[in-house]
Design a protein around this ligand. Structure first.
Ligand code: PHE
Length: 473
C-alpha cells in the first residue's frame, strides 16, 4: 500500500539532502556544540559525541526517514497509520505527539538564541568590534563580555529580536514545502560552509591554534566524568555522557519528527542510506569546524572554554575585530548563522503545521500563525531566564531555559530515538522496512544497519540513561 503526501514532495533527492542538512546544521553546531565541549572538558566530550553520532544516531536517522517515507504525513498521523499497519498499539501515536511537543519547546528557546545572532548582525556591520584591534589584550575579554551582557540583560531587546525571528520563520513555513523550505536552503548551506573555512584559516593564524586543537582532540575522560570538579570535591557524574548523547540527537534533528516529516516528502525511489549518510557527514563536519575556529580564539585571548551559552558570541567577534575585512566577514557570518538557524527552525515547527493542515481545519497560513504565537509565548520563559528570572531555578539548580533544554535534548529526543529503534527494528515487518529503504534485506550494509538499530541503539541509549540516574555509581 502506498500513500501520497498532501503537502507535496521534494523536487529531487538533492533537495531532500539540502533541506535535511538545513535542519541539522544550525545553532546546535555553531553555538551549542562548542560551549558544551568547553564545559565538559573538550576531547572526551567530542569523542563520545562522535561515537554516539556513528553508532546510535546514524541508524536512528535512517529509521526515522524510513518511517516518514512510509507514513507520508505529519509524524502524528504517520505513526497512527504505521501502528495500524503493523498491528501495534495505538499508543505509538504518542511518539508523534512527543516529537511535536519537543519541537515547540526547542523552538521556543531556539528563536531567542537566534535572536541574539540577529542582534549581532548590526553590531558587526557597524564595526563595533574593530575596537579590539587597538586594545591591550587584557581589556579584550571584558569588552566582548560587556557587549554580550548588555544584550541578554535587556528583556525588551531580547523580546524584539525573538519576535522578529519567529515572524520570519512563520513566513517561510507558510510558503510550503517547495516555495518556502526548499528554496531557502539551496544557497545558504554552501555559503555558510565557505565562511567557516575562511574562519578556520584565521584560527590557524592565531598563536594558540595548537592549544585549541589539543583541547578538542586530547582525550581526558576525567573532565567528562567529573564535570563539577572544584577544589573541595570531585563528584563522578553521568551528566557529561548524557549531554554528549543528547547533543548528538539535537544536532542531527533526531527523535523529534523533523527528519520524519522531511522523509514524508521524499520520492518513493530515493535511497535512504545515501541521503542520510550525506546529512550526517555535513552536520558533523560543521560542528568540528566550529570547534576548530572557536577554541584557538579562546586560548589566544585568555577567555574561558567553559564560558557557557555566550561562548560563540564572545569569541568570534574578537576574530572579526582583528582580521582584514572583519566587518564584512563578521556581518556575513552572522547573517548566515541566522539563515542556518532559520532552516532548522522551520523544521522544528513543520511537524505541527503539517498535522494542523491534515486535520482539515486550518490552511497552511493559519496553522503557521497559530503555532508561531504559541511558540513566541513559551519563548518568553527563555527571554526572562537571562535577566529578571535568572535566579528562578525550580528544579535541579537549572533556570527555565536550562530546564527546557535539558528536558528536550537529554531526555525527550534520545527516548524517542530509542522508541524509533524498537518500532522499526523489532515491530515492523522486515520486508516493508527493506522495501522503503530501497535495499535488499540481504545486503551487507542493510544487515549492519539492522543489527545496530536492533541491539546497539537501544543498549547504548539505555546505558547512558541508567548511568545518568546513577545506577552504576
Ligand atoms: N539540529 C538543529 C541544530 O543543530 C536543531 C534541531 C533540533 C532542529 C531538533 C530540528 C529538530 O541547530
Amino acid at each position: 500500500m502506498s500513500r501520497i503526501s498532501i503537502h507535496g514532495e521534494w523536487s529531487s533527492r538533492m533537495a531532500f539532502i539540502l533541506a535535511a542538512t538545513g535542519s541539522a546544521v544550525g545553532l546546535g553546531n555553531i553555538w551549542k556544540f562548542p560551549y558544551m565541549a568547553g564545559q565538559y572538558g573538550g576531547g572526551a566530550f567530542v569523542i563520545t559525541y562522535l561515537l554516539c553520532v556513528i553508532i546510535i544516531c546514524l541508524p536512528v536517522m535512517m529509521a526515522e526517514v524510513m518511517l516518514g517515507k512510509r507514513g507520508k504525513s505529519s509524524p502524528i498521523n504517520s505513526m497512527q497509520h504505521l501502528a495500524e499497519e503493523t498491528k501495534q498499539s495505538k499508543l505509538w501515536v504518542l511518539l508523534g505527539w512527543s516529537g511535536a511537543i519537543a519541537g515547540f519547546l526547542i523552538l521556543s528557546y531556539y528563536s531567542v538564541i537566534a535572536g541574539w545572532a540577529l542582534a549581532y548582525v548590526p553590531e558587526l556591520a557597524s564595526g563595533t568590534f574593530s575596537a579590539v584591534k587597538n586594545m591591550p589584550s587584557t581589556e579584550i575579554a571584558p569588552f566582548v563580555d560587556s557587549i554580550f551582557n548588555s544584550l541578554v540583560e535587556n528583556p525588551v531587546k531580547l523580546i524584539s529580536w525573538h519576535t522578529g525571528f519567529i515572524i520570519i520563520t512563520m513566513i517561510m513555513v507558510a510558503g510550503g514545502v517547495k516555495g518556502g523550505l526548499e528554496r531557502a536552503v539551496t544557497f545558504m548551506m554552501p555559503a555558510l560552509f565557505i565562511v567557516l573555512l575562511v574562519l578556520v584559516g584565521y584560527a590557524m593564524s592565531t598563536p594558540d591554534f595548537m592549544q585549541g586543537f589539543h583541547f578538542m582532540f586530547n582525550i581526558n575522560f576525567e573532565n567528562l566524568l567529573y564535570p563539577n570538579c572544584n577544589e573541595q570535591a570531585c563528584e563522578l557524574s553521568g551528566d557529561g555522557l548524557l549531554a554528549a548523547m543528547g547533543q548528538a540527537f539535537f544536532s542531527l534533528s533526531l527523535g523529534m519528527g523533523s527528519i520524519m516529516v522531511y522523509g514524508a516528502y521524499l520520492p518513493k525511489d530515493a535511497s535512504v542510506s545515501k541521503v542520510t549518510t550525506a546529512v550526517v557527514f555535513a552536520d558533523t563536519s560543521v560542528a568540528i569546524l566550529a570547534g576548530l575556529i572557536i577554541f584557538p580564539i579562546v586560548f589566544s585571548n585568555g577567555l574561558e572554554p567553559g564560558a557557557g551559552v555566550g561562548l560563540v558570541f564572545k569569541t568570534l567577534p574578537i576574530a572579526f575585530g582583528q582580521m582584514p575585512f572583519g566587518t564584512l566577514f563578521g556581518t556575513l557570518f552572522f547573517v548566515l548563522l541566522v539563515l542556518a538557524a532559520l532552516s532548522s527552525s522551520i523544521s522544528l515547527i513543520e511537524p505541527v503545521v503539517a498535522w494542523l493542515v491534515e486535520t482539515g481545519k486550518f490552511t497552511r497560513i493559519t496553522a503557521s500563525i497559530l503555532s508561531g504565537m504559541v511558540v513566541w509565548l513559551v519563548g518568553l520563559t527563555t527571554v526572562f531566564s537571562f535577566n529578571i528570572w535568572s535566579e528562578f531555578k525550580p528544579l535541579g539548580g537549572l533556570n527555565l531555559f536550562e530546564l527546557i533544554d535539558y528536558l528536550t535534548s537529554n531526555i525527550m529526543l534520545p527516548l524517542s530515538g530509542l522508541l524509533i529503534a524498537i518500532f522499526v527494528g523489532w515491530l515492523m515487518k522486515k520486508t516493508i522496512v527493506a522495501e522503503e529503504l530501497n535495499s535488499s534485506s540481504f545486503s551487507f550494509g542493510y544487515r549492519i544497519w539492522y543489527f545496530l538499530l536492533r541491539y546497539i541503539t537501544p543498549f547504548g541509549v539505555s546505558i547512558v540513561f541508567l548511568n545518568a540516574i546513577g545506577v552504576f555509581s
